[in-house]
Ligand binder design. Sequence first.
Ligand code: PLP
Length: 426
Amino acid sequence: MAILLGRPGAAGGLGDSGYNARPGGADSGDFPGGDLAKLVPPMAFVYLDHNATTPLDPRVREAMLPWLGESFGNPSSLHRRGRAARGAVDEARARVARLVGGRPEEIVFAASGTEANNAVVATAGRRAGGRGRLVLSAMEHPSIRAAAERLEAAGMEVARVPPGPDGVVPAARFAAELTPDTRLACLMLANNEVGTLQPVAEVARACRELGVPLLADAVQAAGKVPVDAAALGADYLVLGAHKLHGPLGAAALWVRPGAALEPFLTGGGQERRLRAGTENVPALVGFGEAARLAAEELAERAARLATLRDRLEAAVRERIPDARCHSTGAPRLPQTSHLAFPGVEGEALMLRLDAAGYAVSTGSACSSGRPEPSRTLLAMGIAPEEALASIRVSLGAPTTAAEVEGFVEALEREVGALRRVMARPA
Ligand SMILES: Cc1ncc(COP(=O)(O)O)c(C=O)c1O
C-alpha cells in the first residue's frame, strides 16, 4: 500500500530543521530503500504523533553513522575495535544516566521500554512466588498492565488504582492500596494518552514507609520534563530513546542501588549479566546523544511546545466550540493534547486527517477489528462514546507554528465533513 500524501505548500515543514531529510529529496526515485521508499510519506506530511515515536534528530543520526559503518565492533572484543565500541557504549550510559540525575552504573540498557518494564514486573513476580500483591495505576502502559495480568493469572492479587477525571491518580488513593505484602507498585511518570504527570514522589514516600519497591515508567516523561531519580524516590525508572528523538531499539532501566533485578536475558556477561546479548552500539550511541541534547535543550523545547499546544487548544475551542480538551487543568506534558469531538468517530477522523496530510492517533485501541475505547479514558470516567470520539495530538521538537495552524484548519474541515456525512438521512 503506497501512502504518498503530499501536501504541497506546507510552510515551515519538517525539512526546515533537517528532521526527516532523505537522500535525493522527498519523492526521489533513487532513495536507496527501493520499493520500500514508496511506503514512506513525503516530507510535507505533517507528523503530530510524537508520543508514538519521534523522528531521529539529525545530530543524533550524525553521531550514529560511524557506528553503522567503519567504526563497527563488538564491545566485548579485546582488540581496538572492541575497545572503541566499549568506550562508545560507556559514554552513552553516562549521558543517559545524566538525563535522570543518576550514575552510569545504575543504568541497564535494553531494547525497548516494554522490555525494561517487563523485567521489573517479572522480578517482582519471581521473588513473590505467586503470592502477595501488586498495586498499579489503571492507566499504566500495556507493557506493565499485561505483565501484571500474567502474575495475576499465576495467583498474585492486583489492585488497580483509577485516575481522577483530570487524568491524575490521587496519591492518597494509591497509598491506601499499599500493604506490607505488596511486592511492587507501578505508577507512570507521564501518561502516554492524555499526557498527565503523576504524583510519583508522593507515592514513593508512601512506598518507602512499607518497604514496597516502586517502578515509575518515565518513557513519555524523559526528555520532555525534568526527571530527577533521587528527588522522585522511585526504585526503578524506565526510559526509551525513540520517544526523545533517538533511535528505535534502545531503552534504559535506571535501578536504585540495592533494588532487586533478576537477569532478564541470560548468556554473556553484558549489562552486568542482567541482560545478555551483544550491545546495539549504533542505537545506544544515538540514545546517548539524544539524551545529551534533550537534557541541554529541555527547557527551551518544553516552553516552545507548551506555547504551541496552548495555541492549538485555544484555536480548536474557538473553531469547534463543542470540542473537549481533556486534562487541561492538570499538570501535564508540554506537547500532548487529547481532544474529543462529540458525535464524531475518532478513527474516521484520524483517517481523514491522514489523507489530508496529518498524522495523529486515536483514543481507542483496535482489537478484533472493532475500535474499543481506551482503558485509560474509561478509567478517568469518560463515557465510551466520548472516548471513541477522541484523538491524540502530540507535538515534537520539529513541530512549527505553521504546521499547527494548518492542522487546526484541516481539523475544522474534517470534523465538519464527518458531521455532515452523519447528518445525512440513511
Ligand atoms: C508510557 C509508555 N511506557 C512504555 C512504552 C513502551 O515503550 P517501547 O515502545 O519502547 O516498548 C510506551 C510506548 O508507547 C509508553 O508510552
